[in-house]
Design a protein around this ligand. Structure first.
Ligand code: ZN
Length: 136
């Protein structure tokens, strides 16, 4: 039976259970993590499905999140910056240099850039909301 998942605390989008791949092309639907379909926020590590779903559903809305969780979100976002760093003679993908290809970007890089853009919007919104709360 599927547990209904709460929306993402950061961007309010839907969340899904993402099973761990036990071997290439084969998934273990009882273990994995819960992640947001839009901004890639996720539960940490690989957990039993019920544990991951419960952990996700316990998360408060982003404004009530402990500062440490917001800082972790920002740190993950910084990692994405690494993934989209490139120049015309080659590019860095997940910290590894990939040889030059005339400046064309791979799908993985473009996806990371997209997620990065959305996360920066979310972070800007969080900061603005915090300022508003302080002003009241
Ligand atoms: Zn999200």
């Amino acid at each position: 039976m599927e547990t209904p998942l709460k929306p993402c605390p950061f961007c309010s989008s839907n969340a899904v259970f993402s099973p761990v791949q036990s071997e290439p092309g084969k998934y273990d639907w009882e273990r994995g993590r819960v992640e947001c379909v839009m901004c890639d926020a996720r539960t940490g590590g690989t957990l039993a499905r019920a544990v991951a779903e419960a952990a996700w559903n316990r998360r408060p809305a982003a404004l009530a999140l402990p500062l440490a969780e917001i800082e972790a979100f920002v740190a993950e976002t910084r990692d994405l910056v690494e993934k989209v760093t490139f120049d015309e003679s080659g590019r860095l993908v997940a910290g590894q240099w990939v040889g030059g290809n005339g400046g064309l970007l791979g799908r993985e890089t473009l996806t990371a850039a997209d997620t990065l853009r959305r996360r920066l919007d979310i972070i800007a919104t969080l900061i603005a909301s915090h300022h508003q709360q302080e002003g009241q």
